[in-house]
Design a protein around this ligand. Structure first.
Ligand code: ADP
Ligand code: MG
Length: 323
């Protein structure tokens, strides 16, 4: 029902940034090569996410807007090894319950695109290239209490931009575009080579991060860790340049933070916040992402092993970098 969806929306949709996260993750799950985001007034007035992914069939459009309809997890067994970003099937219905949402899509081989307005959920023919566009207007128009908690346009946009930057750091194989009130904010093409990746990182985190960091790659016993670690000259007064991704998903985790902090403190740092951009890859079965709807948290099946691997690897990398 509408009410159940609005309650779920309270968990999933806090502000425009959370809408962006859910919509762009859906695009990534659909195998998009390009995700094009346009927003107006910090995303409160309008958010439009367009992708060139596999699209949605006419008869599945209404289903995509109904609760717990996910095309991504067929069984409980699948939940044990999730590789997609979404799996709960509650983002679209939640967003639709607190906004005016229009879904337009065309499957890769289809000769016709279809559109539904969440209001009446009736598919109508539309013009659209292969892929999907989700348009979300007037966020929280029908939940004034929620709307009241929104900050200024500038602040909401800052949060939204932050989310998209992180997604762009998580997925070098995908191109991203962002425009706000008709002005292009960034445009990152698919980055396959190291040079292209570092260009993207420089655009998103600043050239000084690339200039003051060390790139490394390490693999052992089914765990792979790679990325860029900031050198002491680049340590920060705030923990604002710390990015950690597990299997392409941004993660905040106490265990991970502890291991990284220990490694830095042991080798180089005294109290300041290091900058880092790290990617951990391991078998999906070893990570439980089904902890919280917003999925910033994970639980490692072998927590101790992951902690020790992170600590030892970073310790080694940083010790080798010491002048
Ligand atoms: P979840 O991502 O957890 O499956 P959502 O509510 O976010 O749930 O999306 C519901 C369903 O709608 C997805 O499982 C998928 O089948 C479809 N869908 C949503 N966005 C897209 C998209 N951009 N491209 C293709 N399919 C999509
Ligand atoms: Mg989703």
């Amino acid at each position: 029902s509408q009410l159940v969806n609005q309650i779920a929306a309270g968990e999933v949709v806090e502000r425009p940034a959370s809408v962006i996260k859910e919509l762009v993750e859906n695009s990534l799950d659909a195998g998009a090569g390009l995700v094009d985001v346009e927003v107006q007034q910090g995303g409160v007035k309008r958010i439009r996410v367009r992708d060139d992914g596999r699209g949605i069939a006419r008869d599945d459009l209404a289903l995509a807007l109904s609760r717990h309809a996910t095309s991504k997890v067929a069984s409980l067994a699948d939940l044990e090894g999730i590789t997609s970003m979404g799996f709960r099937g509650e983002a679209l219905p939640s967003i639709a319950s607190v906004s005016r949402l229009i879904l337009t899509s065309r499957e890769q081989d289809a000769d016709q695109a279809w559109q539904i307005d969440a209001e009446d959920a009736q598919p109508r023919p539309a013009a659209h290239p292969a892929g999907t566009t989700v348009e979300v207007r007037d966020l929280f128009y029908n939940t004034p209490a929620r709307r009241k908690f929104l900050k200024t346009e500038k602040t909401e946009f800052r949060h939204l931009e932050q989310v998209l930057r992180r997604l762009a750091l998580a997925r070098f194989d995908v191109g991203f575009k962002l425009a706000h009130n008709g002005r292009q904010i960034f445009s990152a093409r698919q980055a396959a080579s190291l040079v292209e990746r570092e260009k993207r990182i420089a655009a998103l985190l600043g050239q000084s991060f690339i200039d003051n960091s060390l790139r490394f790659e390490h693999e052992a016993a089914g765990l792979r860790l790679w990325g860029w670690v900031g050198l002491p000259a680049f340590s920060r007064s705030q923990a604002d340049m710390q990015h950690f991704f597990v299997n392409g998903r941004m993660v905040r985790d106490k265990l991970v933070s502890h291991a990284i902090r220990q490694a830095y403190q042991d080798v180089l740092y005294h109290g300041r916040h290091p900058a880092f951009l790290l990617y951990l890859e391991l078998r999906p079965q070893l990570v439980d992402v089904n902890v919280h709807p917003t999925k910033h948290e994970v639980r490692f099946r072998e927590g101790r092993l992951v902690h020790d691997y992170l600590f030892r690897t970073l310790h080694q990398v940083l010790a080798d970098a010491r002048p």
